[in-house]
Design a protein around this ligand. Structure first.
Ligand SMILES: Cc1cc2nc3c(=O)[nH]c(=O)nc-3n(C[C@H](O)[C@H](O)[C@H](O)COP(=O)(O)O)c2cc1C
Length: 358
């Protein structure tokens, strides 16, 4: 059997294979209430029918002001939980597991989705004041308000409540979004965190917000639920966040109850050179894996079944995540299985005749 289609266990949750769907924002809550709707009910279950092991649902806000755009999904109220339950039920019917990426956009909140406009959505158009580790704007967006120290417990509480809501909604795991220049990354990186309280300065202080979230979540959800963390392993700028700090903070997160690390890069600042190309983030993921006992996932321009299998064969990486390849073809895992000569007994009978080897 290929490595790609061998199962993997996180805590007591067995995932049927190591080909997972990366979180991808759909910006499709047309009522701007964070409630997933028809789009999400069609979009996510298709990946399960297509053979994926685990689907990580898009950046889903832990509070209204944590949304990247007014059209983002949320998981802070019961209405949203009930709507997510329909999505998780449909995904489970086809055998995949489903996780949700819990997110707060920080200074990158209240922006237009690509097809509706550019820059920040003003309060008079349904936008809101963003918050961050400091009051410096992301280029092209309105400036955030710096969070006061006494507001930070509310942020932690929002993530912890969102994790409890995720369990109620039927999710098998949660992923904390600490990447791509959103709130937790803004606290982690020295480029966006010059705070003088206990949440700024040393690496330990910059990581404190994430650590308190991991710790609070683990205490709230008990020992069963796998907790994953997505990091950007570098800001691609000297003096910024880097792979060494990522590996250290991943170790601390693991000690506090996180089980899996999903390694991406960039997104905090503009004007940097990112060496984009096939598998370009794999060495960053391998570095974190080498310095950590926990399983690590690689993502970024992994578009070929043999490429994916070779990354796992090299030994450090435990899981492959695919993004855009799955948007082009939600059944990409089924095609990858065919390319590797695997017969997946969990592909839908209705589609059997499409796969000669099945
Ligand atoms: C439409 C779209 C939306 C995305 N939304 C998210 C998101 O919500 N959270 C996140 O961590 N990454 C997000 N990403 C990044 C992907 O998870 C992934 O890391 C990236 O696309 C690289 O993988 P790929 O080359 O396989 O697409 C998004 C990417 C795309 C294309």
């Amino acid at each position: 059997m290929s490595k790609l289609f061998s199962p993997i266990k996180l805590r007591n949750t067995e995932v049927r294979n190591r080909l997972w769907i990366a979180p991808m924002c759909q910006y499709s809550c047309e009522n701007r209430d964070g409630v997933p709707g028809d789009w999400h009910l069609v979009h996510y279950p298709a990946f399960s029918a297509g053979g994926a092991g685990l689907i990580i649902v898009e950046a889903t806000a832990v509070s209204p002001e944590g949304r990247i755009s007014p059209w983002d999904t949320g998981i802070w109220n019961d209405h949203q939980v009930q709507a997510w339950k329909r999505v998780t039920d449909l995904v489970h019917q086809r055998g995949a597991k489903i996780a949700v990426q819990l997110a707060h956009a920080g200074r990158k909140a209240s922006t237009y989705r690509e097809w509706s406009g550019h820059g920040s959505v003003k309060p008079e158009d349904g936008g809101w004041q963003s918050v961050s580790s400091n009051s410096e704007a992301f280029p092209g967006y309105d400036a955030p308000r710096e969070l006061a120290t006494n507001e930070i417990p509310d942020v932690i509480e929002a993530f912890v409540t969102a994790a409890k809501n995720s369990v109620a909604a039927g999710f098998d795991a949660v992923e904390i979004h600490a990447a791509h220049g959103y709130l937790l990354h803004q606290f982690l990186s020295p480029l966006t965190n010059q705070r003088s309280d206990e949440y700024g300065g040393s690496l330990e202080n910059r990581a404190r917000l994430l650590m308190e979230i991991v710790q609070g979540m683990r205490a709230a959800v008990g020992p069963e639920l796998p907790i994953m963390v997505r990091f950007s392993a570098t800001d691609y700028r000297e003096g910024g966040w880097d792979k060494e700090q990522t590996a250290q903070v991943a170790r601390w997160s693991h000690e506090l109850g996180a089980d899996f690390f999903d390694i991406s890069s960039g997104g905090l600042i503009t004007g940097v050179q990112i060496p984009v190309g096939p598998g370009y983030q794999v060495p960053l993921a391998e570095f974190v894996a080498e310095h950590n006992g926990s399983p690590v996932g690689a993502v970024g321009q992994i578009t070929d079944a043999h490429q994916a299998e070779a990354i796992l064969e090299a030994g450090q990486i435990s899981v492959i995540l695919i993004g855009r390849a799955a948007l082009r073809d939600p059944h990409w895992p089924a095609a990858a299985a065919a390319a590797l000569g695997e017969n997946l007994d969990y592909l839908p009978n209705q589609y059997k005749r499409a796969w000669p080897s099945f």
